[in-house]
Design a protein around this ligand. Structure first.
Ligand code: GLN
Length: 447
């Protein structure tokens, strides 16, 4: 009732929720209340969760923030969503996001932007903007978002929350509407590191519906105690010294590094000369994968079908033109171009090679350092519309977050103070593959 009241009061202006499952959630709450009284409640009893519009939930609408999926109701539930339900979480609604996860501000949603609850007319961050603002404004306790290039960490950073992107293959992608399959990860957005830990513990692990998921055992992230108390930490010199870094973000990051030193950690600057290839690699490969993944939306199988079609070809063209927003159409064209016969080697193959180099370089660093740290984003949340006309500026905001997805490693964003306008600043920590337990334990110390 508390969360529903807040939704009622705040959602009209913030636009974080696209649907609210009020009656269902209240009925479930009664059921769980009874279980608590009977002593049979499970791990997430009482946790009220929202889910990003990219996650399928049986008999509920999932539209990926897009018109092309108008009226689409899933016939099955995403594994991650089913697992939180099985542990007695309550799903309160589906949350606004950039169309198919393509964006950094939530302004690319077919349902209009979601607003940051702090500041005036500031973006929420994206693409899981609704999922972050819903937690920020107490419209639910936690959310499940998705992160292909920073979409959990970036809005968490912009909204003063914790956002965790697990190792690629740690969490099943079954029921996650695909953007770029070799990058996509489901991750929690929460107010505390311990909530992120318990959620990861529940959603991670093998799944017969997703053959790419790791069969590695899932540690008890919520009870993990690190034996090591001090760590060797590398910070990306190029990131902390980068030109586009907002002064307050730089100051807050340097202050955090000083604090870590004072706490006895070994903190060193590391060179990352490949940083200039992060964004080109990411945007070449993700648009390629997106152009292929999104070919299934043809106006025949599900979602929007054009009323103007005269033959099969015009049905495809018109349905896709009417259904997809501008950013998605742009990425489909870019991706189709880099995959086309005459350009495949020049772009797609080259980007695959760059991905490999970035991965090797990062893995090498992480064999020497326990963690790599940097700001989550170069700036704090800016005004709505400020970067929509300049896509390069917008893409630059993803500079620090895309690395973890390019190399498939876990990374977390934790709050690191406020800028002069009171907007939250994020601090990102990345760890080696399947090192979520120590990553979370370290993050717990940070925040
Ligand atoms: N902003 C990045 C993009 O637009 C990341 C999005 C995401 O992680 N889904 O692709």
């Amino acid at each position: 009732e508390f969360y529903l009241r807040n939704i009622e009061e705040k959602n009209k202006t913030l636009n974080a929720f696209l649907s609210v499952f009020d009656e269902e959630a209240l009925a479930k709450a009664d059921e769980i209340d009874a279980k608590i009284k009977a002593g049979t409640a499970k791990k997430l009893a009482g946790m009220v969760l929202g889910i990003k519009d990219l996650l399928c939930y049986k008999d509920h609408v999932s539209q990926a923030g897009s018109k092309i999926l108008n009226g689409f109701e899933s016939q099955f539930t995403a594994t991650a969503v089913q697992r939180v339900i099985d542990e007695d979480a309550i799903i309160i609604g589906r949350q606004n996001c950039d169309e198919f996860g393509m964006g950094s501000t939530n302004e690319n949603s077919a349902f209009g932007p979601c607003l940051n609850a702090v500041g005036e007319n500031r973006v929420a961050g994206g693409s899981s903007g609704g999922s972050a603002v819903a937690v920020q404004a107490d419209m639910c306790l936690a959310s499940l978002g998705t992160d292909t290039g920073g979409s959990v960490r970036m809005p968490a950073g912009f909204c003063g929350l914790v956002g965790l992107k697990p190792t690629y293959t740690r969490v099943s992608r079954w029921g996650l509407i695909a953007y770029a399959s070799s990058f996509d990860c489901i991750g929690p957005i929460t107010k505390s590191v311990s909530d992120a830990a318990i959620l990861l513990e529940v959603i991670a692990g093998k799944d017969e519906n997703d053959s790419t998921v790791s069969r590695k055992e899932v540690p008890s992230y919520s009870n993990y105690q690190s034996e090591k108390k001090t760590f060797k930490i590398g910070y990306l010199k190029e990131a902390v010294e980068s030109e586009g870094l907002q002064a307050e973000v730089k100051a807050a990051t340097l202050a955090k590094l000083e604090l870590l030193k004072a706490q006895g950690h070994q903190v060193e600057a590391v060179d990352f000369p490949l940083i200039k290839y992060f964004l080109p690699t990411y945007y070449t490969l993700t648009t390629a994968e997106a152009s292929s993944n999104l070919s299934r939306f043809d106006g025949v199988r599900y979602g929007h079908r054009s009323a103007e079609a005269t033959d099969l070809m015009s049905l495809y063209k018109k349905s896709r033109f009417e259904g997809f927003g501008k950013e998605v159409r742009k990425r489909i064209m870019l991706g189709t171009f880099v995959l086309s016969a005459s350009y495949y080697d020049a772009y797609y193959t080259k980007a695959q090679k760059a991905r490999r180099l970035i991965k090797e370089y990062t893995d090498n660093l992480l064999s020497e350092y326990d963690f790599l740290v940097c700001p989550t984003t170069p700036t704090t949340a800016y005004k709505l519309g400020e970067k929509t006309s300049d896509p390069l500026q917008m893409y630059l905001g993803d500079l620090f977050t895309v690395q973890a997805n390019v190399v498939g490693l876990p990374a977390i964003s934790v709050p690191n103070g406020l800028d002069n306008d009171g907007m939250p600043i994020g601090f990102q920590v990345m760890a080696g593959a399947f090192e979520e337990a120590s990553l979370l334990a370290f993050a717990q110390e940070l925040y």
